[in-house]
Design a protein around this ligand. Structure first.
Ligand code: MRU
Length: 366
């Protein structure tokens, strides 16, 4: 595989330099693609202060574990540039979304760099994003080769059919993608591919974002409601499941978008291999068990209203005032990850291997 990073037609997270300025104070701005408006409108917003970046992460202007890590890093640079105390900047950004460890991981790298100047922090943020992009690319190759080498997945006379939940593409990573990065590489190596896309209630990342990205990349796909997963598998329509992760704990439990556990239970029941694709920046060996992960709960409006705004009697799916439970993530135990965990270091099929990879990359100490 070519080691050059492929260009993307859109970047969800990007630092934009002000033209002509050369100074030790970084004068640029953070530009985010407003993912709430996709697939119908491609709107970019610019940010010059960390509190607005924290709000954008909370509101899911930017989302996906690695992408919020990158946005958080640039948000930290903005806060320091504006003279806000570093601890305050760190805490405010950290609190924007609690489940994906990438945000904490990225913020810590900048916060623990000490009292260095904002332009040096900006270099660190750029380096962090570049490294994540390279890791996406390596992960895509490892995952695609593993799937092509999986004897259970050798099909000759029909497309290879993979099921995907949520969105894990360039939009979620500011890079090539994690699980969808593997799908993209797989499609290059094995064009006879079909992606079954879960719509991913309530924010519809699958319907709105994954279908949009797969369409851009020319990868055949078909959308179904989340509730169709067991039916698809019981009727033999899925060869493998590929998902991303927001946090992988020391016992190889995987927090990911709500509904992943349902997919995993069905996959195990019907003997469909499930692969989790995540960079080592998503592996959190400090958290021992899946049950220790803090699961974000979001607003009821997301569940009862088609666009997540305040429900009223005309637009609400449910009677106004209906009590709602809206956990944004669930935790899949290691036993249900029957394909393996794909990282930039390869495919870990055993817990020990995941720990070796994490140690090798220095994640264990961070
Ligand atoms: O709530 P979101 O859209 O930020 O959730 C995203 C996911 O759950 C993704 O699967 C995960 O972040 C992996 S993205 C590469």
């Amino acid at each position: 595989m070519d080691s050059a990073l492929p260009p993307e037609p859109y970047w969800p997270v990007e630092w934009v330099e002000d033209a002509g300025r050369q100074s030790h104070v970084p004068r640029g701005q953070l530009r985010l693609l407003d993912q709430r408006q996709l697939p119908h409108r491609t709107v970019y917003e610019t940010y010059t202060d960390h509190a607005a970046v924290a709000q954008a992460i909370r509101d899911m202007v930017v989302r996906g574990a690695p992408a919020i890590g990158a946005a958080g890093a640039y948000g930290y640079v903005l806060g320091v540039r504006n003279g806000i105390p570093r601890e305050q900047v760190y805490v405010q950004l950290l609190q924007s979304r609690p489940t994906a460890v990438n945000l904490e991981w990225a913020l810590r790298q900048l916060h623990e760099a000490g009292n260095i100047a904002a332009d040096k922090l900006l270099h660190k943020a750029h380096a962090l994003l570049e490294r994540e992009r390279r890791h996406n690319w390596a992960m895509a190759e490892h995952g695609a080769q593993a799937i092509l080498g999986d004897a259970r997945l050798r099909v000759a006379d029909r497309p290879l059919r993979v099921l995907h939940h949520c969105n894990t593409g360039a939009l979620a990573t500011a890079g090539w993608g994690t699980a969808l990065g593997v799908v993209r590489r797989l499609h290059q190596l094995h064009p006879h591919l079909l992606v079954h896309v879960n719509e991913t209630r309530p924010r519809l990342q699958g319907a709105r974002l994954t279908c949009w990205e797969l369409g851009q990349w020319g990868i055949p796909h078909r959308l179904q409601v989340d509730g169709a997963v067991a039916h698809l598998m019981s009727t033999g329509q899925v060869d493998a499941v590929l998902v991303g992760a927001d946090r992988v704990t020391a016992d190889a439990s995987v927090a990911n978008k709500i509904g992943t556990l349902t997919v995993a239970v069905c996959a195990a029941h019907y003997g469909v291999p499930l692969y989790v694709c995540a960079p080592l920046s998503t592996v959190d060996v400090q958290t021992v068990r899946g049950a220790d992960i803090r699961i974000e709960e979001r607003d009821a409006a997301e569940v009862v209203n088609p666009h997540g705004s305040a429900p009223d009697s005309r637009s609400s799916f449910a009677p106004v005032g209906t009590p709602v439970y809206n956990p944004a993530f669930d935790v899949t135990p290691a036993a249900l990850i029957t394909g393996g965990i794909v990282t930039e270091c390869g495919v870990a099929r055993h817990l020990e291997r995941l720990h070796q990879n994490a140690e090798h990359s220095g994640m264990a100490e961070q």
